[in-house]
Design a protein around this ligand. Structure first.
Ligand code: 13P
Length: 252
C-alpha cells in the first residue's frame, strides 16, 4: 500500500488539563501496545493542551497536530496562532478548513489555501477539510462542492508528502448519520480525480484522503476498508480512549 493509513483525532474545543493529559496518555499507551508501524496516529487537541499533550505522548509514536492556524508567521493578529509557532512547539500536523471554521468563522477557500500554503512552508503537514452540507447533497451537488473546495483550498505547494484531504460531509458531523459505504467510496474516488487535475496523477494517487463524520468503532472497519479511504478524522469518538483505540484497531 503506497498510502499509509492515518487515524486522526480532532478533539475540537474539548479537554481541560487533567482529562486532556489522561486522554493523550491513554491513546499513547494503547497505540504503543499495538507495536504497529503500518499506520499513523495523530491527536489534535485545542491550543491550550498542545504542550501538555506533547509531553504525554512522548515515546509513543502518536503525533501532534493543531486544529487551525493563521497564514502569517507573526505580527499583529490578536488571538491567532501561526504555523511557525506550531512547528516550534513540536506539532507535525495542522487541520485547516474544517467545516466548523468555514461556517462559524466564514472561512473561504482562498483563506484556507493561504493557511495551508503557510503551514506547508513552515514544515507542517496539513489536513485540508472539505465536504457538502445536507442541502447541497439533496440538490445532487456533492461532487461539485467538493471539486470547488479542492480547486480553491489546496495550495500550489501541496504534495502527497505534506497534504492530506479529509472528506467530511457536514451533515454527518456529530449527528450519528453517515453516507452509505458506496457513497463514501464514490466521493473519495471523485476527489482523487479532482486532485489529479490539481496536483497531477502521480501525486493524487499517493495523497491520503480521510473520511470524517460520525466515524465510530461500529462503522470504522467497513469505512476504512474502502479502497480510496486512507484513514479517518474522528471527532466525538476520539475523546474516549477505548473508542479511539478500537478505531485504530479497525484500520488493520
Ligand atoms: P464527529 O466524529 O464527532 O462526527 O466529528 C467529525 C469531525 O468533524 C472531525 O473533524
Amino acid at each position: 500500500m503506497v498510502r499509509k493509513t492515518l487515524i486522526a483525532g480532532n478533539w475540537k474545543m474539548n479537554g481541560l488539563l487533567d482529562d486532556g493529559i489522561a486522554l493523550a496518555k491513554g491513546v499513547g499507551a494503547e497505540f504503543k501496545k499495538t507495536g504497529r508501524r503500518d499506520c499513523e496516529v495523530l491527536v489534535c487537541p485545542p491550543f491550550t493542551l498542545l504542550t501538555s499533550v506533547k509531553k504525554a505522548i512522548k515515546g509513543t509514536r502518536v503525533q501532534l497536530g493543531a486544529q487551525d492556524c493563521h497564514f502569517e508567521s507573526k505580527g499583529a493578529h490578536t488571538g491567532d496562532v501561526s504555523p511557525v509557532m506550531l512547528k516550534d512547539l513540536g506539532c507535525q500536523y495542522v487541520i485547516v478548513g474544517h467545516s466548523e471554521r468555514r461556517t462559524n468563522h466564514g472561512e473561504s477557500n482562498e483563506l484556507i489555501s493561504k493557511k495551508a500554503a503557510a503551514a506547508i512552508e513552515a514544515g507542517l503537514k496539513v489536513i485540508i477539510c472539505i465536504g457538502e452540507t445536507e442541502q447541497e447533497r439533496d440538490a445532487g451537488k456533492t461532487i461539485d462542492v467538493c471539486t470547488k473546495q479542492i480547486m480553491g483550498s489546496v495550495p500550489q505547494n501541496a504534495t502527497d508528502k505534506n497534504t492530506v484531504i479529509a472528506y467530511e460531509p457536514v451533515w454527518a458531523i456529530g449527528t450519528g448519520k453517515t453516507p452509505t459505504t458506496k457513497d463514501v467510496e464514490d466521493v473519495h474516488a471523485a476527489i482523487r480525480k479532482v486532485l489529479a487535475k490539481k496536483c497531477g496523477r502521480a501525486v493524487a494517487n499517493k495523497m491520503r484522503i480521510l473520511y470524517g463524520g460520525s466515524m465510530k468503532p461500529t462503522n470504522a472497519k467497513e469505512l476504512l476498508a474502502l479502497p480510496d479511504v486512507d484513514g479517518g478524522l474522528i471527532g466525538g469518538a476520539s475523546l474516549k480512549v477505548a473508542d479511539f483505540a478500537a478505531i485504530i484497531e479497525a484500520s488493520k
